[in-house]
Design a protein around this ligand. Structure first.
Ligand code: ADP
Length: 544
């Protein structure tokens, strides 16, 4: 059966029943039909119980198909509930771009999925729309300000705020706006990015309250003035209006797994130019309302887990208690160019980072595919045992929660036995340059960092504006631990090149660009849009 067929066959419970499992009443939620709800933010203050433990699901360096982080996240929370531990997952919202492009949706797979799958992948509760409109309100006000006399002296060649749409549409990467004469605005070059790449998305995910959301929106830098001053959304006096558009989007969404256990799906920032994690608020809710919150971070442990720890956890004041590293035979063979044993080097580096750099107890989860042989599995298990890393064969894709009980038990044991005190990876008092160097050398294993000449000016601005305390958001290829996608396994003898730096002052981080990142993806030659369909009864097919 395909993922969507499994999802459509699920026996869903009314969302009120799912909320009850979290100790919530009908008054605590806003229902969006029978199977989706938004949870009111006041439950965080109202609920008087100690926070649960936080489990981060991360992965080895993936192949483009994805190695099953979402699947394992959902399967692990199903398994924890199965053995009597109240648990909820907190994961990201899918973007429409990849749904109609190549990667498909993002609601797990096989018997470890979140439902209603079609809704989650299509419009869900409208968060993406609200974020897009909030973003574009700023864009419209910028151009309106220029057209109305430009009192702020916005330099139209230095506007960094783009427009957004939630679609993969390469034709919108570079455009000209304001054509048609004076009444239609001022002609200038502009561009679109996909909605999930918006700084508003990152801000929504990093805000702990509506007040903080508004403050961060106020701080967004959208352009430089003709006098060289950074211009902020607060200068346009529209932070209140932009925040008002997000009044519902800021509330975490509640849905369920195939096994009727609770899942928060909220926020989905890019994992390169942003930090790639679901919202702080959803993770905090899962922590407040359950004993074990299971969450994931985009891409592999060098990129996603580092940003999860140094950006999300730091800004949210939360700490992880354990990490699960998802590994697959497919990706390990890819790293060894067909040789599984050689490919284990990649896993080795990620284990080393989590254990010795992030100082977290860990369990390696081998996400089992039906094509994997016993020999291959044993080779990975033996490697982990020799390395002193706990390992579990995870069969949640095939068997649901039942297939993740061993993993759940090992995670519980790792948490209970842990004696190491967690700390963020770098000290916030290091300068931006020092933070970048520390990440590249210690996490990626680089010999050094080369800063391109273009970064000099931005470093000067960082210094002048007092931004050195901000965390760094590394933006690099997910295909390698290095900044070169061709270097597989555990690369050594390389230097990382930082081409450019971007300020995301609203979100509260500085983006270090190691390589070119496209923030408006294109569709592939044969997009999924050609296979997605709906019948007379409204039944959708072709989503995966
Ligand atoms: P990630 O979160 O790492 O990107 P996902 O969990 O979204 O990965 O999985 C990517 C795709 O791979 C999904 O379509 C999922 O159904 C499929 N998949 C994941 N695990 C397995 C497995 N064990 N066997 C077969 N397919 C799998």
């Amino acid at each position: 059966m395909t993922d969507i067929q499994i999802a459509q066959a699920a026996k869903k419970e009314n969302i009120v029943e799912i909320a009850k499992k979290l100790g919530l009443t009908e008054d605590d939620i806003e229902q969006y039909g029978k199977y989706k709800a938004k949870v009111n933010l006041d439950v965080l203050q109202k609920t008087k119980r100690p926070n649960g433990k936080l489990i981060l699901v991360t992965a080895i360096t993936p192949t483009p198909a994805g190695e099953g982080k979402s699947t394992v996240t959902i399967g692990l929370t199903q398994a924890l509930n199965k053995i009597g531990k109240l648990s909820a997952a907190a994961i990201r919202e899918p973007s429409l771009g990849p749904v109609f492009g190549m990667k498909g949706g993002a609601a797990g797979g096989g018997y470890a999925q979140v439902v209603p799958m079609e809704d989650i992948n299509l419009h869900f509760t409208g968060d993406m729309h609200a974020i897009g409109v909030a973003h574009n309100l700023i864009s419209a006000c910028i151009d309106n300000h220029i057209n109305s006399g430009n009192a702020l002296r916005i330099d139209i060649t230095k506007i960094t705020w783009k427009r957004v749409v939630d679609m993969n549409d390469r034709a919108l990467r570079n455009i000209v706006i304001g054509l048609g004469g004076k009444a239609n605005g001022y002609p200038r070059q502009d561009s679109f990015q996909i909605t999930v790449g918006s700084e508003i998305m990152a801000i929504l995910c990093l805000s702990n309250s509506i007040t903080e959301l508004k403050e961060k929106i106020k701080n967004i830098v959208f352009a430089t003035s003709l006098d060289g001053k950074l211009l902020k959304v607060g200068d346009l006096h529209i932070e209140g209006a932009v925040t008002a558009l997000l009044k519902d989007a800021i509330k975490p969404n509640l849905v369920q797994t195939l096994e009727n256990t609770p899942v928060f799906i909220h926020g989905g920032p890019f994992a390169n130019i942003a930090h790639g994690c679901n919202s702080i608020l959803a993770t905090k809710m899962a922590l407040k309302l359950t004993d074990y919150a299971v969450t994931e971070a985009g891409f592999a442990a060098d990129l996603g887990a580092e940003k999860f720890i140094d950006i999300k956890c730091r800004l949210g004041g939360i700490k992880p208690d354990c990490a699960v590293i998802v590994a697959t035979v497919r990706a390990l063979e890819h790293h060894g160019k067909g040789d599984l044993k050689a490919g284990l080097e990649n896993l080795d580096k990620h284990i080393d980072n989590i254990k010795n750099k992030y100082k977290l107890p860990l369990v390696v989860a081998i996400n089992k595919f039906i094509t994997d042989t016993d020999e291959q599995i044993e080779m990975i298990e033996k490697f982990c045992n020799e390395r002193g890393a706990e390992v579990s064969l995870c069969e949640v894709w095939e068997k649901g929660g039942e297939g993740g009980i061993d993993l759940a038990e090992k995670v519980l044991r790792a948490i209970d036995n842990n004696k190491i005190e967690f700390n963020y990876f770098y000290d916030e008092n290091l300068t931006i340059k020092e933070k970048i160097e520390k990440i590249c050398k210690e996490i990626y294993g680089a010999d050094g960092v080369v800063f391109a000449p273009a970064t000099k000016k931005v470093f000067d601005v960082i210094e002048a504006e007092g931004l050195n305390k901000l965390p760094v958001c590394m933006s690099k290829t997910q295909k390698s631990i290095s900044d070169n996608p061709a270097l597989l396994g555990k690369p050594t003898g390389f230097k990382v090149t930082i081409n450019d730096l971007r300020l995301a002052v609203g979100a509260g981080f500085v983006i270090a660009m190691a390589g070119d990142i496209i923030d408006m993806p294109g569709l592939p030659k044969k997009p999924s849009a050609e296979v997605i369909d709906i019948d007379e009864n409204g039944v959708i097919s072709g989503l995966f």
